[in-house]
Design a protein around this ligand. Structure first.
Ligand code: PGA
Length: 250
C-alpha cells in the first residue's frame, strides 16, 4: 500500500507571521491518515521545525545544490536542509527548470545528493501547454522521468509529482482522463525500470489543486496525493484538501 501524501509548496511566499499557518494546520491534523509535508522557504524551515516538534507534519526544502558543500554563494546543500529539520526536498519544479534552466541531468544529480543526505526527493515533471497541444505530453514526461530519476531511486527515497506547467497557478486542471493517462504511463515506466520499487513509488498530481477539485483528483487511479502550491499557504484552504486525501486513504 502506498501511503498517501499531501505536500504544500509555499514557493517564495512566507515571512515570520505565516508560521502561525503551520501551527494551525498541525492543530487541525494531530493524527492524519496520510502524510503531510510543508515546504516553506528555506529561511523558515528551522523555525517551523521547532514550532512543529511533536506534530504529524514533516518539512521539506524547495531545491538543493548537487554538491555536498563548496564555493556556491547563495546555494543550499541537502545536508543543510536536513540539518534545519527537512526530511524532503522538491526538485526539478517547472519554475526552477524555467527560471534557472535546470536540466534533467541536474535534477538527477540533486536527487543523488538529497538521498545521500537522507532526504526524500520529490521530483517534478510536466509538459507545457505548447507540448500538450503538439501531442507530445507522454514523450516529454517520459523523457523527464528517465532523465531526472537518479541511480538508486526507490520507493522509500523518491516521490514523483506530475505537474502540467499550464495548470500551475492558473486555476486550470487537466481532465480526469488526461491525469489518468499520464499517471498510468508513469507507473508503467517506473515498474519497467525499478520493478517492485517502481510499484511502491508515490505519484502525485500538482497544479491548481483546491478544496473544490481535490476529491475528484484523489479518486483517479494511480494518484497517491498532491503537490499543492497556492492553496497550501493558508491552513483553512489546505486542510480540506488533506481531509479529501484522508477520505481517499480509507
Ligand atoms: P498551484 O502550484 O497549486 O498553485 O497550482 C502547484 C505547484 O507548483 O507545486
Amino acid at each position: 500500500m502506498r501511503r498517501k501524501i499531501a505536500i504544500g509548496n509555499w514557493k517564495m511566499h512566507g515571512l515570520s507571521p505565516q508560521l502561525g499557518e503551520a501551527e494551525a494546520l498541525s492543530e487541525q491534523h494531530p493524527d492524519p491518515a496520510c502524510e503531510i509535508v510543508l515546504c516553506p522557504p528555506a529561511t523558515l524551515i528551522s523555525r517551523m521545525w521547532e514550532l512543529l516538534i511533536g506534530s504529524a507534519i514533516s518539512l521539506g526544502g524547495q531545491d538543493c545544490h548537487p554538491a555536498g558543500e563548496g564555493a556556491h554563494t547563495g546555494d543550499i546543500s541537502a545536508a543543510m536542509l536536513a540539518d534545519a529539520g527537512a526530511e524532503y526536498v522538491i526538485l526539478g519544479h517547472s519554475e526552477r527548470r524555467r527560471d534557472h534552466g535546470e536540466t534533467n541531468e541536474q535534477v538527477a544529480a540533486k536527487a543523488t545528493s538529497a538521498h545521500a543526505a537522507g532526504l526524500l526527493s520529490v521530483i517534478c515533471l510536466g509538459e507545457t501547454e505548447a507540448e500538450r497541444d503538439a501531442g507530445r505530453t507522454i514523450e516529454v514526461v517520459g523523457d523527464q522521468l528517465s532523465g531526472s530519476l537518479p541511480e538508486g531511486a526507490s520507493a522509500t527515497n523518491t516521490v514523483i509529482a506530475y505537474e502540467p506547467v499550464w495548470a500551475i497557478g492558473t486555476g486550470r486542471t487537466p481532465t480526469r482522463d488526461q491525469i489518468a493517462e499520464v499517471h498510468e504511463t508513469l507507473r508503467a515506466r517506473l515498474v519497467e525500470r525499478l520493478g517492485d520499487e517502481g510499484d511502491g513509488m508515490r505519484l502525485l498530481y500538482g497544479g491548481s489543486v483546491k478544496a473544490g477539485n481535490a476529491r475528484e483528483i484523489f479518486g483517479i487511479p494511480q494518484v497517491d496525493g498532491a503537490l499543492v502550491g497556492g492553496a497550501s499557504l493558508r491552513s483553512a484552504e489546505f486542510s480540506p484538501i488533506i481531509e479529501a486525501l484522508e477520505a481517499a486513504s480509507a
